[in-house]
Design a protein around this ligand. Structure first.
Ligand code: HSE
Length: 308
């Protein structure tokens, strides 16, 4: 190992981002997890978590330590011990990439200690951490959390990730007081979809990538729709249609589900507070759900805050 201690800040993300199921991801400026790794005697591994309860502290069950260990395995390093402290800045099961933030934090923390810079290895290890929780190795959240900005998994088999700098806009995120496990939200999806839905999504996804590249926030909002997952998953988020309408009526450019939900997000160039209030109020009025909410902007990916 090259260093003894590393501190990583790793961000929340919005996977799918409208029409990009398992492909698109947008990195958020906040909230972020902080993952600290400290080398210990070989064989001794411990995990501590603060911020949210219910997160496993068994190193083989915790997504951050699991990703860190897989990174070390892939680099052929077997004799190591560590203590890891994870300060959770986001609620698990809320649709803003909590497990991906921790996985990327863990993988990057171990890579930093080892002096490993190969981003494809870090991504692979982080996706393994994601798989531990979600039951599938999807790369959309981890790619955005690692690289920042807007990311496209353009070939999952080859792990090809496109990185695009998004235009400036504000993002209103509303988290109703329910939890949706990604594993369960994937089970509600059909095994096949009508050809017309596939064509519609393909067109919107192409429009989204073009709008991001042209840095046109209004067009990004227009393509923020989906026919592959949201129509099936919205039944897990009571009030979704009403909340979406309230955001659009208040001036949002576009609205969708964050990852597998229940987060609902809207993008806008103005009146973000008004949109946020309308969405929170509508969740309460339409389904009796209280919500947490925040406003953020597109952000940079995970960063090494300290190393020694
Ligand atoms: N693309 C994944 C899904 C993201 O929608 O199941 C999960 O956060």
């Amino acid at each position: 190992m090259r260093y003894n201690k590393a501190v990583i800040s790793s961000p929340a993300t919005l996977a799918n981002f409208g029409p990009g199921f398992d492909s698109f991801g947008l990195c958020l400026d906040s909230p972020r997890d902080t993952v600290t790794i400290q080398l210990r005697q070989p064989g001794r591994r411990e995990v501590k978590v603060s911020g949210w309860s219910g997160i496993p502290t068994d190193p083989e069950k915790n997504t951050a330590s699991y990703a860190a260990m897989r990174l070390a395995d892939m680099c052929g390093c077997e004799e190591y011990g560590f203590s890891m402290t994870i300060k959770k800045g986001m609620k698990p099961g809320s649709g803003i990439g909590s497990s991906a933030a921790s996985s990327v934090g863990g993988a990057l923390a171990m890579a930093t200690l080892m002096g490993v810079r190969d981003e494809s290895l870090i991504l692979e290890a982080a996706a393994m951490g994601e798989e531990l929780i979600a039951g599938s190795r999807h790369f959309d959240n981890v790619a955005a959390a690692l690289h920042g900005g807007f990311t496209v998994v353009s070939d999952a088999r080859k792990r090809t990730i496109l990185r695009i700098k998004p235009p400036s806009f504000q993002i209103v995120v509303v988290l109703p007081e329910i939890s949706v496990e990604t594993r369960k939200a994937r089970e509600v999806l059909p095994k096949s979809v009508p050809l017309s839905d596939a064509v519609s999504n393909l067109s919107m996804a192409a429009g989204m990538v073009h709008s991001m590249m042209k840095r046109d926030a209004r067009a990004v909002g227009e393509y923020l729709d989906d026919t592959l997952s949201v129509p099936y998953r919205k039944k897990l988020v009571p009030g979704f249609d009403e909340v979406r309408k309230s955001a659009l009526d208040s001036g949002a450019l576009g609205v969708s589900l964050g990852g597998s939900g229940p987060a609902v997000f809207a993008i806008t160039l103005e009146n973000a507070s008004k949109i946020k209030q309308a969405m929170v109020r509508t969740f309460l009025e339409s389904s009796g759900l209280e919500s947490e909410s925040f406003i953020t902007v597109p952000g940079e990916g995970a960063i090494v805050e300290k190393v020694s």
